[in-house]
Design a protein around this ligand. Sequence first.
Ligand code: SF4
Length: 465
Amino acid sequence: MCKCSNFYRDDKLHHECGVLGISGVPDAANLAYYGLHALQHRGQQGCGIVTVDDDGVFHRVKGDGLVTEVFNEQKMTKLQGHIAIGHVRYSNAGCKGTENIQPFLFHHNSGDFAMANNGQIVNYRQLRNELEDKGSLFQSSSDAEVLAHLIKKQGIDKEMPRIIAIKEALNAIVGAFAFVIMTKNRIYACRDKYGFHPLAIGRLGDGYVVASETCAFDVLGAEYIRDVEPGEIVTLDHHGIRSQFYAEPERHAMCAMEYVYFARPDSDIEGCNVHNYRKESGKILFHEAPCDADIVIGVPDSSLSAAQGYAEASGMPYEMGLIKNKYIGRTFILPTQAMREKGVKMKLSPVKSIVKGKRVVLVDDSIVRGTTSLKIVKMLREAGAAEVHVRIASAPLKYTCYYGVDVHTPAELISNSNDVDAVCKLIEADSLAFLSHEGMLKAGRRSDLCLACFNRKYPTEIYEG
Ligand code: SF4
């Protein structure tokens, strides 16, 4: 994640990245293109692909924008080789330089390599200062670059196998990461010892694919093999798959928001389908916070599964009460408050004939600042809804995230300084309830998740400043 700040934030959380690696498959870049396209929801501000050709020469194309905007036929012909890594990123306005777009590519007399990451290194600032004091020159403001310098520092002894240098470098960093590191012969897929963000491996013909989400496998025709485990380094090359652990797994603290909001519903994360998780969370939400109403509607798209679950558990009909204009996107880039106000209305429309005169249960995945919830409640009332009862399929968001998710500062989070009754008044709902922390675990049949932005229990040490 880029470390700059100060840009307009919309009323949703933003993920930082998606990563992908393809090994041992002809025209790896073409497959990487389709795979990145499937991961586009994880970041829309920039993307890139690096390949290695049969002569060991690295090729890179990257740029600002969507996958379909950055790559064209001419650029794709440049990306020769059987091995590729790719990246999609979300960035804030202060960090928009192409130097921050991944994959990063490093040239070194011990061998070139490229890397891309999803996550955030929390001791990045301390490590970067130490490295700069010793003469390192950074090419970006991304925290991910620090790993490359650490690998090279560890590997100063050219006899040291690269995997040992990677292991030692990974042990120096603290935080959330899912790295793909590509040398001229292989890809190393590395996941932090807490398992914050997903990383899965699939079989693709005679080769392999590794991706942030399994939805990329479906589009490539790859077969899911397994997830990279917390603390594991998986090596993918012509020998097949090899596994090593750089550290003992600490916890299994998958980011709860991956299930709640970020991941695509057709992805499976650690054995749990995302749509099923959301549907189950809606059912549990009904049992925790029932409501006497006429219809259940969801906020498209990420809340529709939870709304279906709530409706199914309650016996109330599930209706399409809000329609999303699919051609309006990325409202957060609208430059003025007035334009952003309109942005929500342009994005969502109530279906008057469905909500008019009805007591409506409105299911949403989360409340960030509350401004969107207020607008939707007002919109439904203007469309004739008799009552609007809001049910949120996650707990109140109160604290910031240090692990690669652009959660707003605590002061911006409506639930940080307001209890549930106060939030209910602020969004002008007839009633409001959130899913419990226990309900969030139960929906995925999990004993552990990272819930730090809900309960302030950060799985790692936090390094401020
Ligand atoms: S703090 Fe919240 S957003 Fe960040 S990793 Fe944990 S659950 Fe996910």
